[in-house]
Design a protein around this ligand. Structure first.
Ligand code: PSV
Ligand code: MN
Ligand code: MN
Length: 392
C-alpha cells in the first residue's frame, strides 16, 4: 500500500474510531430457510444471552455498542431489567423492530388488512413497541410490513395505502420527542404480486406526510437485481430522509448473507455517498446489520460483517474529493472513475489494524475472539439454544 499522508491517516483514523454499527439480536440465534434450520451449539437460549454474544462482538471490534431487538422474538417480562443487563455488559439496547407478520390473523395483512379488528390488533402491537422503547431508552422504532397481495384484484391498492397511512399516523403520534420511526420497504416476499411498501418512493411519500421524525430505512437485500442502491442513498440523504440501513448481502433476493460478502464494491459505493454527505456520524443514520447466519458460526460471522463495513468505510474515506470534483467539472470521465477506483483498490487492512491498536483492541478481532475461548465456554454452558425466529 502506498504510504498515507500523516494528515490523511489522522483524519481517516478518527472517523473510523467514531463509527458505530448496530448488531441484531436475531443474528445470534438459530436460523435457516423454509427448508431446514441447522442448529448450532452454544447459541443463546434467551435475549439475555443474545446480549452477551453481542457484547462479545463489541469487545473485539470496539464499534458495535448497540443491539437491535425484535419484538416479540425478544420477549422478556421486564425491559428495564434487560436494558440494565445490556449496560452491565458494556452495550445498550438499540432499535426496536416490530413483528406483525407471524400471527395467523395476518394472513391478509396487518395494518392494511381488510378487517378493522385485525388492523387494531396490529396497531396495538406497534404502540406496545413504543412502550418498550420508553423502557429500553431506544431511539428508533423500525417498521417492516409483510403486507401485500398475491393476485391482481385480491384487494384495493389505494384503500390499503389509506389503511397504512392511518396506522403510521397513530404510531407516529405516539412517539416521544426524541424517538423516530424508520419505515423499511421490500420489493416482494412474502407477498408475490403487490407489496404495500415495496420501494423507497412509497416509504418516502409516507414519511414525508408523517413528519420530520419519520425516516426511510434501506435494507440492502430488498431491491430488484441491478438496482442502483447508492443512488437511493444519495437521493434520500439530499432530502434529509435517510434514517438508516439494514446491511446484508444477496446474490438473488433477500438472502440475508454477510454484508460485503457478495458485492464489496457496492458497499463501498454506498459508503462513498455517506462520506460525501459527511453522514458517517452526527446525522443520526443508524448503520444496522440484518443478517442470518444459517451455516457459518454466528458470532464470528457478525465480527466479520462489522470488519467488512469498516473496510468499505475506510476505502470510502480515502476518496480524494478535491481530485474527484476537479475531474467531474472537467468532464474527465475516466479520471473521475480512476479517483474512486484508487480508493477502492487500496488495501486498508494495515490502517484498520493500527486504528484498533490505537483503541486498545487486538488488531485481529477474529483471531482474538477465537483465542478467547468464548465459544467453547458458551457451548458448554448453553444447551438447547433458541431459534432466531426467522426461517422457522
Ligand atoms: C424483512 O425481510 C426484514 O428485512 C425486516 O427488517 C425484518 O425485521 C427482518 O427482515 C427480520 O429478519
Ligand atoms: Mn431488514
Ligand atoms: Mn429482509
Amino acid at each position: 500500500m502506498t504510504e498515507l499522508a500523516p494528515e490523511t491517516r489522522t483524519r481517516v483514523a478518527a472517523q473510523l474510531r467514531g463509527q458505530r454499527i448496530e448488531t441484531a439480536s436475531w443474528a445470534y440465534g438459530n436460523s435457516g430457510t423454509r427448508f431446514k434450520v441447522f442448529p448450532q451449539e452454544g447459541v443463546p437460549r434467551d435475549p439475555y444471552e443474545k446480549l452477551a454474544d453481542a457484547a462479545t462482538v463489541h469487545r473485539f471490534t470496539g464499534v458495535a455498542p448497540t443491539v437491535a431487538l425484535h419484538i416479540p422474538w425478544d420477549l422478556v417480562d421486564d425491559y428495564t431489567d434487560l436494558a440494565r443487563h445490556a449496560r452491565d455488559l458494556g452495550v445498550a439496547l438499540g432499535t426496536i423492530n416490530t413483528n406483525v407478520f407471524q400471527d395467523n390473523d395476518y394472513k391478509l395483512g396487518s395494518v392494511t388488512n381488510p378487517d378493522p379488528g385485525i388492523r387494531r390488533k396490529a396497531i396495538g402491537h406497534l404502540l406496545e413497541c413504543v412502550d418498550v422503547m420508553d423502557r429500553t431508552g431506544s431511539r428508533d422504532l423500525k417498521l417492516w410490513f409483510s403486507d401485500g397481495t398475491n393476485y391482481p384484484g385480491q384487494d384495493d391498492v389505494r384503500t390499503r395505502q389509506d389503511r397504512l397511512a392511518e396506522a403510521l399516523r397513530e404510531t407516529y403520534d405516539r412517539l416521544g420527542p426524541d424517538q423516530r420511526m424508520l419505515l423499511e420497504y421490500k420489493l416482494f416476499e412474502p407477498a408475490f404480486y403487490m407489496t404495500d411498501v415495496p420501494d423507497w418512493g412509497t416509504a418516502y411519500a409516507h414519511c414525508l406526510t408523517l413528519g420530520e421524525r419519520a425516516q426511510v430505512v434501506i435494507d440492502t437485500g430488498h431491491h430488484a437485481p441491478g438496482t442502483n442502491i447508492e443512488f437511493i442513498v444519495a437521493v434520500l440523504l439530499r432530502a434529509g430522509k435517510l434514517g438508516g440501513f439494514d446491511f446484508n448481502s444477496r446474490f438473488y433476493a433477500d438472502d440475508d448473507l454477510m454484508v460485503g460478502a457478495a458485492d464489496p464494491f457496492q458497499l463501498f459505493r454506498i459508503m462513498h455517498e455517506i462520506v460525501l454527505d459527511d453522514a458517517l456520524t452526527g446525522k443520526g443514520i443508524a448503520f444496522m446489520l440484518d443478517q442470518c447466519h444459517n451455516l457459518e458460526p454466528k458470532i464470528q460471522a457478525v465480527i466479520r460483517s462489522v470488519l467488512n463495513v469498516q473496510e468499505a468505510t475506510a476505502k470510502a474515506l480515502l476518496v480524494d474529493h478535491a481530485a474527484l470534483r476537479a475531474a467531474q467539472l472537467e468532464g474527465d470521465v475516466l479520471g473521475a472513475n480512476e479517483v474512486l477506483m484508487d480508493a477502492y483498490d487500496t488495501d486498508v487492512r494495515p490502517l484498520l489494524r493500527s486504528v484498533r491498536e490505537d483503541m486498545g483492541l487486538d488488531p485481529d478481532p477474529i483471531g482474538a475472539y477465537k483465542r478467547s475461548g468464548y465459544l467453547e465456554k458458551v457451548r458448554a454452558e448453553r444447551v438447547g439454544g433458541t431459534q432466531a425466529g426467522w426461517g422457522a
